[in-house]
Design a protein around this ligand. Structure first.
Ligand code: PAF
Length: 280
């Protein structure tokens, strides 16, 4: 698997594909790839002639005291997974390649980034929108692939693409789970065995909420409060938020109408995990 480190090199490569009339898919990641990423790469490989996987732990989306330094990294392992899933190349720049020392231009999403994760991670989505815009400008893909696990991120990127007239199709892909239900995440590696077991309260809360909705519950507050009780019964869990919001605008909702996103962030020990489900 070819690993490209510079903007110039990846641009040249994509230009040569374009000359041949080939389509290009982009899978933006922060590396330490798992089955969730693999599902995005497989989908991108099925829908495009060439697939670029970006593998970059983006410093601008980490706040002070977050896990930028300790975020897991393993490019050799990532390269093996990319090869298996049918990627064409990995774009793995150094932070200095992406951010000049006097870098000062950011893409800021005004509304959708205020609630949910934005409350406790106030600069996070500005960093995400900035790096994703840069990757879009560098790679110029036809399509870009994002997981539904980061549901707020996906909604924000869709809005950014619409607002800034970016001519790239955004493809959202389903959450991939471990066999016991835990949503796949690079941060799961932080969990010790006891925490790993405790972390199942997130997917259990998702199942409970989905069941209530499937049985016809229309009161979003009741669904959320039952989910909160379930999570609070787990001694190692500390809730950041469990909320029902409109799936497009990320505004709070109290009734199940239209597309509702029920999303949560929960600390298991020191590890902050997210999960969600959509009610259509
Ligand atoms: O979802 C992620 O891994 C990151 O937020 C992304 C989209 C790659 C931007 O750094």
């Amino acid at each position: 698997m070819q690993v490209v480190k510079t903007v110039d090199e990846i641009r040249k490569m994509v230009k040569s594909w374009r000359k041949e009339g080939l389509s290009v898919g982009l899978v933006p990641t922060m590396g330490f790839l798992h089955e969730g990423h693999k599902s995005l790469i497989l989908r991108a490989a099925a829908e495009n002639d060439r697939v670029v996987v970006s593998d970059f732990v983006n410093p601008t989306q980490f706040g002070p005291g977050e896990d930028l330094e300790s975020y897991p990294r393993d490019i050799n392992r990532d390269a093996a997974l990319c090869e298996e899933a049918g990627a064409s190349v990995i774009f793995n720049p150094e932070p200095s390649e992406m951010y000049a020392p006097d870098f000062s231009t950011y893409v800021n999403m005004e509304n959708l980034s205020k609630g949910l994760c934005g409350k406790t991670r106030p600069i996070h989505f500005r960093g995400v929108c900035t790096v994703v815009s840069k990757l879009f400008n560098i790679v110029s893909p036809d399509r870009a692939y994002f997981g539904q696990k980061d549901a707020q991120q996906l909604a924000i990127i869709r809005r950014m693409v619409r607002d800034l007239n970016i001519d790239i199709e955004i493809v959202g892909c389903p959450i991939i789970r471990e066999s016991d239900g835990l949503a796949k995440s690079s941060r799961n590696t932080y969990l010790n065995p006891e925490e790993r077991q405790a972390a199942l309260c997130l997917s259990r809360a998702v199942k409970l909420g989905e069941k209530m909705a499937a049985e016809g519950e229309k009161d979003a507050d009741r669904i959320v409060s039952e989910m909160i009780s379930l999570i609070q019964a787990e001694p190692l869990a500390k809730i950041d938020y469990v909320e029902a919001v409109n799936g497009v605008t990320i505004e709070p909702v109290h009734k199940i109408e239209g597309t509702v996103l029920v999303a949560m962030a929960v600390y298991i020990g020191k590890t902050r995990l997210i999960d969600n489900f959509i009610i259509e």
